[in-house]
Design a protein around this ligand. Structure first.
Ligand SMILES: [Zn+2]
Length: 344
């Protein structure tokens, strides 16, 4: 065998395999495969393949030796795999523990964030309503129902702990600027009134920017708008009375005494007109209740004569005691309060 033939012989994959097997066994020949190994060079007789390969590899028997290190690494991968297999469970557990710690940490952060929320963030939620005038969907701020009550006033104003939901009584459209209390905002509107308001809002930009957290000025501006739109459309003095009263409650809860008085007086005047001319109940308030509210409003702004006049209408109403016993009791209590106030 010439040198070239020998090199070609060595390059044959079958021969390489045999050599690896021999090296693996510590140098002992692999007996059964020998005849096939000899025949192997004849399987690949193409000279084109041999020659380029010969250029790459130096024609020395050394290629056999580099093959040896290749043999040794082969058992190595099996070892890491074995350790990897047994270690993967530990790794998985480690990962799960880490993941659980991370989840607990995130829960703690979320809990602290809830505590850090402002009252408005805690008690309000952004919702969507279809504007009855421009008929587009608009964001509105709604209050959540569970708010701790601190006390109730004679005119049904409720003081809540660390939050004033009356700031959000009026809903407004962020597109056209229409504003009304929820019942009116979501109620049906006759086309003629819609058209009137659409035209008006096109010519007069009444739009207030959408805010998630309202201050007193934001809220009072919206009450004023809602009252204006009522004057332009349904002209319901009953509705306007309730809007004025709610605006007064905002002023009271926030400590704006002078403005509260203005809204209270306006509310009482509107109630008086509505009791003469409108059909009750209006926004859940009966005519008995509206009569009582007139008395309460005048009592709270220290106009006792007017308050007494309105109380007289309740006390002299024979049916009211049986129809609305609680209201009758409240009126009687107020009567006693006025007597005491007059004496003082
Ligand atoms: Zn609108």
């Amino acid at each position: 065998m010439t040198k070239e033939e020998f090199l070609q012989f060595l390059r044959d994959p079958e021969v390489c395999k045999e050599i690896f097997a021999i090296v693996k066994k510590g140098g002992k020949p692999a007996t059964p495969a020998q005849p096939q190994v000899v025949a192997a060079p004849q399987i690949q007789p193409t000279p084109q393949f041999v020659q380029p390969a010969a250029l790459k590899v130096q024609p020395t028997p050394q290629p056999v030796q580099p093959a040896a290190p290749k043999v040794q690494p082969t058992p190595q991968p099996t070892k890491p795999e074995a350790t990897k297999g047994s270690g993967s469970l530990a790794d998985k557990l480690k990962f799960l523990r880490g993941h659980l710690d991370k989840v607990r940490e995130e829960e703690q952060i979320a809990a602290t964030k809830v505590e850090e929320k402002t009252p408005a963030e805690k008690y309000t939620v952004i919702s969507n309503r279809r504007c009855p005038i421009c008929e587009k969907d608009t964001r509105v701020v709604k209050t959540k129902s569970r708010i701790n009550v601190e006390k109730r006033d004679l005119d049904y104003c409720i003081h809540y702990k660390d939050f004033d939901p009356y700031l959000y009584t009026v809903l407004s459209c962020e597109h056209c600027g229409f504003a009304a209390e929820e019942k009116k905002f979501t109620g049906a509107w006759p086309n003629k009134l819609k058209e009137t308001l659409r035209e008006f809002l096109k010519q007069n930009d009444m739009k207030l920017p959408f805010v998630e957290e309202r201050n007193v000025e934001d809220a009072l501006s919206l009450f004023e708008l809602a009252i204006l739109f009522s004057e332009m459309t349904d002209q319901s003095k009953g509705r306007q009375a309730i809007l004025n009263l709610n605006a007064a409650w905002v002023c009271r809860c926030e400590g704006f005494a002078e403005r509260e008085r203005d809204f209270m007086e306006q509310a009482a005047e509107n109630f008086a007109v509505a009791l003469e001319n409108e059909r009750w109940p209006i926004n859940g308030i009966s005519d008995d209740m509206a009569t009582y509210l007139c008395a309460a409003i005048y009592f709270l702004i220290n106009e006792y004569d007017k308050a007494t006049n309105w109380l007289g209408r309740i006390m002299n109403n024979a049916n009211l005691r049986s129809r609305a016993p609680k209201l009758f009791e409240q009126a009687r209590d107020m009567w006693q309060d006025i007597k005491r106030a007059n004496k003082a």
